[in-house]
Design a protein around this ligand. Structure first.
Ligand code: ASP
Length: 447
């Protein structure tokens, strides 16, 4: 059986088993024991294997990607296009969400008892999350902090923006020193990237079990009752994500990358499943990079640049979710947000989507800050915390597929890739043997 079929099977079986257990024996102590001693640890180990490679992978691929662009002019052009694409697609996502939430108005029908109940249940948790993140002072410091004082400390605390900044500067410097002197470092980075990619191949062989375990834990312990109470809100977020995937991203793919959306989605299914089960763009990044190179044939110097940046900065699903949620809470509390304020919501959604960490629930603390700044009570987040996991899984899928779309668009616009390249791609992405004679993909910069 092919690996991706196995992963898909893991997802389906895990979900079926978890839902069944939840419905028949939800509160039984053995369910908690299984999750504590078996499925929990298995899922965590899989997740950690992916997290383990993120820092070396981001550092190696990003500095190689930047160095591979050759000079600052190229870097400026590719960087400009990438950021412009991130910005436009994230704005579009937030706009889709706002149109939907204004049309359906899911917050208006919510019974006051439910609001009360949810508030008292999750209020403490909401405060904890905000305090733990230190996101209260989202402001100019957030930007200053992008420049790390100590890149090793950034790496140790998984501060991705700091690592990204250092990797970009390092790559630029490598392209600026004489090619002969840069060459040994580039070789080291290439070998590092390759070894880490091998680890991903190995980790992905555990994916069927890891995915099964992760999904089982969520579905077996999930309170479905809450889902019913918040059904309309959940439906609006999911419908928005679906529309953004099926319409917006697909049009961008067809129009700007010349790639059939159906091919795209079928090629990236491993990424979709990994994002869905891990709820983390960062944990998915290793898979994303490998799939981009092997299944879509995106040149590594484009993929290596766009994808690590995208995992941290480009979060279409998160922006959509944040916009919908802030308006939902406003509706619940009967606060009318005029169109000008809603425009601010779009801007803030985009900004906080850039600032949110690519980890499970990474956007929640920023969401509270954002709600407060448009006059919506931040504690209102308590209303949705109970269903956030399901939404988190779904928006993460959009976050990473948005990154892959960006990579296709930028690669095509650079004339370095076309949809025809996908035909030459490998069917089996995570192979046991090297797929082809590893080409020296990163030419030393020509200076
Ligand atoms: N879990 C999301 C991600 O990693 C971030 C979020 O919206 O909470 O992409």
């Amino acid at each position: 059986m092919k690996l991706h079929t196995k992963i898909l099977l893991g997802l389906a079986l895990g979900a079926i088993a978890g839902v069944t257990v939840n419905m028949t024996a939800g509160d039984a102590s053995w369910v908690a024991a299984v999750n504590r001693y078996v499925t929990g640890p298995v899922g965590q180990i899989f997740l950690r294997l992916l997290f383990m490679v993120v820092i070396p992978l981001v550092f190696a691929t990003l500095s190689l990607g930047v160095a591979g662009l050759g000079d600052l002019k190229n870097l400026g052009r590719v960087g400009g296009k990438t950021l412009a694409y991130f910005l436009i697609s994230t704005c579009l996502a937030a706009a889709v969400g706002l149109v939907l939430v204004n049309t359906v108005r899911p917050g208006e029908g919510l019974p006051p008892e439910t609001v009360q109940e949810l508030q008292s249940l999750y209020a403490g948790q909401a405060e904890e999350r905000l305090a733990a993140s230190g996101a209260e002072d989202f402001g100019i410091e957030t930007f200053v902090n992008i420049v790390p004082r100590n890149p090793v400390a950034s790496a140790a605390s998984m501060d991705m923006l700091g690592v990204i900044f250092f990797a970009i500067v390092f790559g630029i410097a490598l392209a600026m020193i004489p090619a002969a002197r840069a060459a040994p470092m580039l070789r080291v980075l290439e070998a590092l990237a390759e070894a880490v990619t091998k680890i991903i191949d190995l980790a992905m062989r555990l994916a069927p079990y890891g995915v099964f375990a992760l999904i089982f834990v969520v579905t077996s312990t999930f309170g479905w009752g809450l889902l019913r109470q918040l059904a309309l809100y959940v439906a609006v977020v999911l419908a928005g994500l679906l529309i953004h995937a099926a319409v917006t991203l697909s049009l961008l793919l067809r129009g700007l990358a010349g790639l059939s959306p159906i091919r795209f989605w079928s090629k990236i299914r491993d990424v979709v499943i990994t994002a869905f089960s891990t709820s983390s763009s960062n944990a998915t990044l290793p898979t994303t990079l490998v799939v981009a190179e092997r299944a879509l044939r995106i040149p590594p110097r484009i993929g290596g640049f766009v994808l690590p940046l995208g995992a941290t900065m480009n979060m279409n699903g998160t922006a959509l979710f944040e916009g919908v949620t802030v308006l939902f809470i406003a509706q619940v509390f009967g606060i009318d947000l005029p169109i000008a304020k809603q425009a601010i919501v779009v801007v803030l959604s985009v900004l906080t989507a850039v600032g949110a960490a690519g980890v499970p629930g990474g956007s929640i603390p920023l969401l509270m800050v954002m709600a407060t700044s448009v006059g919506v009570p931040g504690e209102g987040i308590a209303l949705i915390l109970g269903v956030d996991r399901i939404l988190d899984m779904s928006r993460t899928v959009l976050n990473v597929s948005g990154d892959l779309t960006a990579a296709c668009v930028v690669a095509r616009s650079e004339g370095e890739w076309s949809a025809a390249d996908v035909d030459a791609a490998d069917e089996e992405v995570f192979a046991e043997e090297p797929l082809d004679e590893a080409p020296a993909v990163y030419e030393p910069p020509r200076l």
